[in-house]
Design a protein around this ligand. Structure first.
Ligand code: UT7
Length: 430
């Protein structure tokens, strides 16, 4: 079977079936920034459209904790346990470490015991790149459930004395669960591009292998974001419309087919110019950058979440998500929305899940202990004590899951015949 993008899909379509969002509580207004750099609310609003942003002021709140929170909500909406996730992709430019990947921390936090995990570095385009990878994994039969997360704590790599950058960025995370389904639709096509010659235009110069950390790199602020704003602006206004046209053409669609565009929320002027180039009416463009600033790769999934929350997306709508970023990179995807947008989880199931996350946390702690103790403490069977305890915790978690499945069978007679994700039935196929 060949899908709209001409790719052999063998009846395996990739649908977004769950979505989640996490932002720090602390709101920082433009007026507060007036106190720390030479700027004004008027300048920031008129040049960017941003009114406020969320900043992770608590050191315990990190890229991974925000990502895990968004991921748990996405799983809740998709109504599947973490153990069914095959791959976790965390797109980020503010990973917790160069290695291990932030995605590995997320795997541990949510107890996705059967998942692979890796970080994806494509700056603000990263989330849409992640959707392209998820579609590939699903279409090729390598995965059934892929968590794609965009997560950032850019405030930790922002120079708060540089007015050119510090007024722009914010922290947050958005996650989606992409699931395999025989129902046509879902992610129809993706466009992923790059122009590496523009690498210096938006860069975190130091801390990598080219410029390792030294006293000098720290003293000269080389561990903070550096940007040539005007050059990035010129690139962005050209590429957003171009990437949208390219992905539409891959999906055999036109601009008129679009029901909603969710652009990267970097700058109101960039969005306005790009969408004017496409001749797209205002009501077909989603914006929320006034509340969050530019959260880089988290901006599109956070906007998607809020578009769903505001009923801006309905089943069968054609959605385009399009972004640009450091690299220079760009990415677009065209999606035929395939699942109901209103989801309810019973209190009982929510508490089952919450217990399961508690067990995942306990299991993680025992495993950490096990790594430290090595084989020093062993059971009579020669098994490491910590490993044995974590295995028991894993058994309990599995028991919780099978109880959950049994309960589902008891309460839902529809479950007796084979069904598609989220209750869609094969008769829905068009
Ligand atoms: O996710 C991708 C991330 N990057 C982007 O999306 C950035 C894309 N670029 C932009 O969004 C815009 O270029 C900016 C918002 C960064 C800047 O807007 P602009 O209209 O391109 O301003 P500009 O850089 O041309 O600067 C105009 C003036 C300059 O002063 P002079 O040289 O004309 O006297 C700047 O020094 O505005 C000054 N300026 C500021 N003034 C008050 C720059 N930043 C500020 C500020 N407050 N925060």
């Amino acid at each position: 079977m060949v899908d709209e993008s001409g790719i052999m899909a063998f009846g395996r379509y990739a649908h977004i079936v769950g979505w989640g969002k996490a932002v720090p509580n602390r709101v920082v207004t433009n007026h507060e920034l007036e106190q720390i750099v030479d700027t004004s609310d008027e300048w920031i609003r008129s040049r960017t459209g941003i009114q406020q942003r969320r900043i992770a002021v608590d050191p315990a709140e990190t890229t991974a904790t925000l990502a895990a929170k968004a991921a748990r909500e996405a799983l809740e909406v998709a109504d599947i346990p973490a153990s069914k996730v095959d791959m976790i992709i965390v797109a980020t430019s503010s990973p917790e470490h160069t290695f291990p990947a932030t995605a590995c921390a997320v795997q541990d936090m949510i107890g996705a015991v059967n998942a692979g995990a890796f970080d994806l570095s494509a700056a603000c385009s990263g989330f849409v790149y992640g959707l392209g990878v998820a579609k590939g994994l699903i279409a090729s039969g390598q995965a059934e459930n892929v968590l794609v997360i965009g997560a950032e704590t850019l405030s930790r790599i922002t120079d708060w004395s540089d007015r050119n950058t510090c007024v722009l960025f914010g922290d947050g995370a958005g996650a989606v669960l992409v699931q395999s389904s025989p129902v046509p639709g879902g992610i129809l096509a993706t466009e992923m591009g790059c122009d590496g010659s523009g690498g210096d235009l938006l860069i975190l110069p130091a801390g990598g292998s080219k410029m390792p950390a030294t006293l000098e790199t720290v003293a000269s602020g080389q561990h903070f974001i550096k940007m040539n704003g005007r050059a990035v602006y010129r690139f962005a206004t050209r590429i957003m419309a171009e990437a949208t046209r390219r992905v539409l053409s891959k999906a055999n669609l036109t601009v008129d087919d679009i029901d909603l565009v969710i652009p990267h929320q970097a700058n109101e002027r960039i969005i306005a110019v790009s969408m004017r180039n496409l001749k797209l009416p205002e009501e077909k463009v989603f914006r929320n950058l006034q509340y969050y600033g530019n959260t880089s790769t988290a901006s599109i999934p956070i906007a998607l979440y809020e578009a769903l929350e505001q009923d801006r997306i309905k089943p069968n709508d054609t959605i385009v998500m399009v972004g640009f970023g450091a690299g220079l990179t760009w990415a677009g995807t065209a999606i035929k929305w395939g699942v109901p947008t209103e989801k309810e989880t019973s209190l009982w199931r929510a508490s089952q899940r919450s217990a399961s996350y508690g067990l995942a946390k306990a299991r993680s702690q025992w495993l950490r202990l096990s790594h430290l103790l090595g084989s020093n403490l062993v059971t009579e069977d020669g098994e490491s004590l910590a490993q044995a305890l974590s295995n028991r915790l894993e058994d309990w978690r599995k028991q919780l899951e099978s109880d959950e499945e049994e309960e589902e069978q008891r309460h839902d007679p529809k479950q007796e015949k084979p069904s598609l994700p989220n209750g869609a039935s094969s008769s829905d196929e068009s």
